[in-house]
Design a protein around this ligand. Structure first.
Ligand code: ABN
Ligand code: CU
Length: 696
């Protein structure tokens, strides 16, 4: 430890940066080095992915425990490249040995679609004679093809075309003016694009035609609002000030704040990855999670008309939450004193590219942390909380997903996902009903019902890697009313059911029992409660997967069938819908269902495990979601339970604290710690509402 620390300090002083932390994303230089090594042996490749091959856990745990004496895991690049004839290669390049250690031709898969892949499609559809003809049929003259746009999605899966050819489906739109939102003008047909030949190979045309929407544009950008009544004028500035700077430190990518230490990683697919999360419990650095990330998502749409069954985007596995990430802007995406981290990715040509300000790290006020007033005398202690937010925002064509990983002072970790952006829309004839599978959110605009289902990968390390998951349900006593055990019938308790095998771990949410899942270390008891130290998963937005059993989505998105699956840790199990997701048929299902089926009886009790949690929401669109959606938040909490021996945030300085004796003696409470920046909204004295202004 000491030697490592000296090396780190020395590198700060000399300006020579040391080797990257084994969890760090590949640097630009490492990406280019990996590409050069591959190119020296294989020519004519397009690069799809060059990303960190995560260190093997056993080696990594050993190195983390004693970096001076244990071998530092090698930096290894995980490479996906596409060669002539759409051949897909999966490879590993050891950057320290400077050699390819694995190179395989993988048959029958399609790697994710990159932004570069997507951008080619629009120019092709505009020139395609079949597309021009379809446009003409619904009222767009050939001279207006420059006003035709498309959001190219992977085809998902279409049984007519299979998986061998790399295909995209072009969701078609029109813009009367370049600045108009195209989502008001969806076109009714859907061309299929072959990424190898770069041509349109088929057009799906609906039985009922729906000519171009004639409604006036509805836009959300500033020019449109100004032209349409202007902005509200009753807003005064709110400034976030941190006059003495921030309360966190960042060394490399290790973030330290309020007893927390966490490594902030990032990859093209999952976006932010938090690793080696520990909490310093009064000098005792306690492991909490080895690695947590948003590992996959699926957005199934609920309109049964062909070809809308194909609309079910796996935004992480098919496109990459990291690849689609925004470059964040100071004061817009995050306010206050911000620390940004950039992201480096490979492009098709094998060059490295940077997304500046991909990750934002900042603190926010978080309301009351705790408070109590003694009603007898108004003596009171009130302590305000703050939180540390590590976030990124990605644009998945029409939608924006804002991902916030939040650390709290009380030992809670929170994931908040906000949905904003624009609804995926389809055309609707005048007088046609959008129901029951959608809503007319604006004249001629049908927004289909859909779900946003996210899969959270939690690799717990609760005071060590031997962990066990319990389902916790609030349950009434089994003993009948009037019995000796439950004479008055009021008894209830937290019923804990241990999950023992992979197959037996599959569990669903139950709001009626306030169901949570405890990730516990049964080898370590809390000295007060005599219960195992644990972190509990609290998640209340957990809809069932609505596409039916046996449907395409059900087969492809096996992770979304249940709220929780638990697997025995395996280094190669990161992607719950499989490593290569586009054009999977789901026959057989990849990822979680396959891993569990391969070893249903695998023990998950008191061992190294991973908990996979699917949460999200079912979205029935409404006019309020249009033309741009106000952000809708969803939260998941990881809360310490029986982990500490008391509220771990008692040492956060209060904003105000007085004891009964101080009040009796007419003394003011604890002063000097009260926030000097806050002031009365409307002068002194009592407000009309009757609340007494606090003396400072
Ligand atoms: N939501 C599907 C998607 C994401 C990114 C790019 C195109 C389509
Ligand atoms: Cu939605």
């Amino acid at each position: 430890m000491v030697l490592e620390r000296v090396k780190q300090l020395a590198s700060h002083l000399t300006g020579h940066s040391g080797p990257p932390h084994p969890f760090d994303p590949l640097t630009e230089k490492e990406i280019e080095k990996a590409v050069a090594i591959v190119n020296s042996e294989h020519q004519g490749l397009f690069y799809n992915t060059v990303t960190l091959w995560e260190p093997r856990k056993v080696e990594m745990m050993a190195w983390l425990a004693d970096p001076d004496h244990n071998v530092r895991p090698h930096r290894v690049a995980d490479v996906v490249a596409i060669g002539r004839g759409s051949k897909v290669y999966d490879g590993l390049v050891d950057l320290e040995e400077e050699k390819i250690v694995r190179w395989e031709l993988t048959e029958g898969v399609q790697p994710l679609i990159t932004m570069e892949d997507l951008q080619i499609v629009e120019t092709v559809v505009r020139k395609d004679p079949g597309v021009i003809e379809q446009c003409r049929l619904i009222g767009i003259p050939p001279g207006d093809m420059h006003k035709v746009y498309c959001d190219p999605w992977t085809i998902g899966y279409d049984e007519r075309f299979g998986s061998k050819v790399r295909l995209q489906q072009a969701l078609m739109y029109y813009r009367p003016h370049v600045d108009d939102s195209q989502y008001t003008y969806p076109l009714d047909f859907c061309p299929i694009f072959n990424a190898d030949t770069q041509e349109i190979v088929h057009i799906d045309v609906p039985k009922v035609r729906r000519p171009l929407n004639q409604a006036p544009p509805t836009n959300y950008h500033a020019e449109a609002i100004k032209a349409n009544g202007g902005y509200r004028t009753d807003l005064k500035p709110i400034n976030i000030t941190q006059p003495e700077g921030v309360s966190f430190t960042v060394e490399g990518r290790i973030l330290k704040w309020q007893n927390w230490s966490v490594h902030v990683g990032f990859n093209h697919r999952e976006g932010i990855v938090l690793s080696n999360i520990t909490y310093n419990d009064k000098g005792n650095v306690r492991p909490v999670f080895y690695r947590i990330s948003l590992a996959e998502m699926v957005v199934p749409y609920g309109n049964p008309e062909h070809p809308h069954q194909r609309k079910h985007a796996f935004d992480l596995g098919e496109y990459g939450g990291g690849y689609m990430t925004n470059s964040l802007a100071l004061g817009c995406d995050c306010k206050g004193a911000i620390h940004y981290m950039d992201a480096a990715f490979v492009n098709r040509a094998g060059e490295s590219q940077i997304i500046k300000n991909a990750i934002c790290v900042h603190e926010e006020d978080a309301g009351i942390l705790f408070k109590h007033t003694d009603f007898r005398d108004d003596s009171c202690t009130v302590t305000r909380a703050r939180k540390l937010v590590v976030s990124h925002v990605f644009t998945a064509a029409n939608y924006e997903y804002c991902v916030y990983w939040i650390l709290h002072q009380d030992g809670t970790i929170q994931l908040e996902v906000k949905l904003t952006g624009i609804l995926n829309t389809y055309s609707l004839n005048p007088g046609e009903s959008a129901g029951p599978w959608g809503t007319e959110v604006y004249p001629g605009v049908n927004a289909h019902n859909h779900q946003h289902l996210f899969c959270l990968r939690l690799d717990p390390n609760i005071d060590g890697s031997a962990n066990t998951v319990f389902v916790a349900d609030a349950a009434a006593s089994d003993a009948p009313l009037g019995s000796a055990e439950n004479k008055y019938g009021n008894a209830f308790y937290a019923k804990k059911t241990k999950l023992e095998t992979q197959a037996g771990s599959v569990s669903d949410y139950d709001g009626s029992t306030s169901r949570t899942w405890d990730m516990a270390n049964t080898n370590k008891m809390n000295v007060y409660s005599h219960k195992p130290v644990s972190y509990k998963l609290v998640s209340r937005e957990v809809p069932s997967l609505l596409p039916k059993e046996g449907s395409l989505v059900w087969k492809r998105a096996g992770f979304a069938r249940h709220a929780v699956h638990v697997t025995k840790y395996n280094d190669d199990q990161i992607h719950p819908a499989g490593r290569h997701v586009p054009q999977t048929s789901g026959d057989p299902s990849q990822g979680l269902p396959a891993w569990i089926a391969a070893d249903p009886d695998a023990n998950i009790d008191n061992t190294d495990i991973v908990l996979w949690h699917t949460f999200g929401l079912t979205h029935f669109p409404a006019p309020e979601d249009y033309p741009v959606m106000p952000a809708e938040p969803m939260i998941v909490l990881l809360r310490p339970r029986n982990f500490f021996t008391q509220n771990p945030a008692m040492d956060v300085p209060p904003s105000y604290s007085s004891t009964p004796s101080q009040v009796a003696a007419g003394k003011r409470g604890l002063s000097g710690v009260i926030d000097g920046m806050s002031r009365l909204a409307f002068g002194g004295g009592r407000e009309k509402g009757g609340s007494l202004d606090q003396e400072v």
